[in-house]
Design a binder for this molecule. Structure first.
Ligand code: SAH
Length: 271
């Protein structure tokens, strides 16, 4: 890292092992680290002992630090000649306002490097044993935010079109509006029996996974006390967890169903 630069870096969904090597490199060098609420705790342990750590968290649509303030703070730190690491949960350009921050920096002539991260809607689901695409299920996946800028269910989304075009729908920030999202998908023709998974605290030791259906999800969410941060995944790819729940396999449990999508016999081993 050079003095006066800002690295805008994704920290991944939580498990420190999912940070990139560029991210680790930046953590070890940065003078200042400006980090978000969803940055996994263990990750900051890799920072230099004398690095300044600034929390710029926002949770649940309630901004505790205004976006413009954060961006200008980064400009200010870079102008002081600091090596600045802006660390964001997941990928900085996926529902993370990284684009806005980088634009402000560039508008102020601050040199920027972007380091992608593993997004919760892909890597978090993988930790639950759910592949976001599968040949037998979907040729498209749609990533949706459950919040618009005002913190409401996005009314600008064409749920009918998404529902028709996309076998698998991955919803970020959806827990606060789970009822509206479910209603919109069912009104668009997705059946009550459609598989749904909700993965909270994905990739962390506290990860919880709820397997349910569109029809039953609201009751099940209430009963299991699932809360944010969570990813909601809608579609038959969720069934693959019955065979791919690798964390259960690591605990010594047997796969629940070796062929949840009914593909037929396993591929033969030919030697
Ligand atoms: N840039 C991030 C997303 C930020 S939006 C990324 O690429 O992952 C915040 C939303 O991300 C949360 O509301 C939740 O839906 C999701 N999220 C982030 N980390 C998560 C985690 N460890 N487990 C489950 N969901 C997570």
């Amino acid at each position: 890292m050079e003095p006066g630069w800002v690295w805008l870096c994704g920290a991944g969904p939580g498990d420190p092992g999912l940070l990139t090597l560029h991210g680790l490199n930046a953590l070890r060098q940065a003078d200042v680290i400006v980090y978000d609420a969803l940055v996994g705790e263990g990750i900051l342990d890799w920072a230099r002992a004398d690095a300044e750590k600034i929390y710029a968290g926002k949770r649940g649509g309630k901004p505790s630090a205004k976006q413009a303030d954060i961006s200008l703070r980064l400009v200010d730190l870079a102008k002081q000649g600091k090596r600045v690491l802006r660390l964001k949960g997941g990928d900085p350009f996926v529902f993370g306002r990284g684009g806005e921050e980088a634009q402000t920096l560039i508008q102020h002539n601050i040199p920027v490097r972007i380091v992608p991260g593993i997004s919760a809607g892909i890597g978090g689901l993988a930790y639950a044993g759910i592949p976001v695409t599968h040949r037998d299920v979907n040729q498209a996946v749609t990533f949706v935010t459950g919040h618009d800028q005002k913190g409401e269910t996005p009314t600008t989304l064409d749920w009918d079109a998404i529902s028709k075009a996309s076998g698998v729908i991955v919803i970020y920030m959806g827990m606060a509006h789970a009822p509206q999202i479910r209603d919109a998908l069912m009104a668009a023709g997705r059946p009550a029996g459609e598989p749904v998974a909700i993965v909270s605290q994905a990739t962390l030791a506290t990860q919880k996974v709820l397997e349910t259906t569109l029809g039953e999800m609201l009751d099940d969410i209430a009963q299991t006390e699932m809360g944010p941060p969570a990813i909601i995944c809608v579609g038959r790819a969720v069934l693959m967890r019955q065979v791919l729940d690798w964390q259960a396999l690591m605990r010594g449990e047997a796969p629940r169903n070796l062929d949840p999508l009914g593909r037929g016999r396993p591929d033969e081993v030919t030697t």
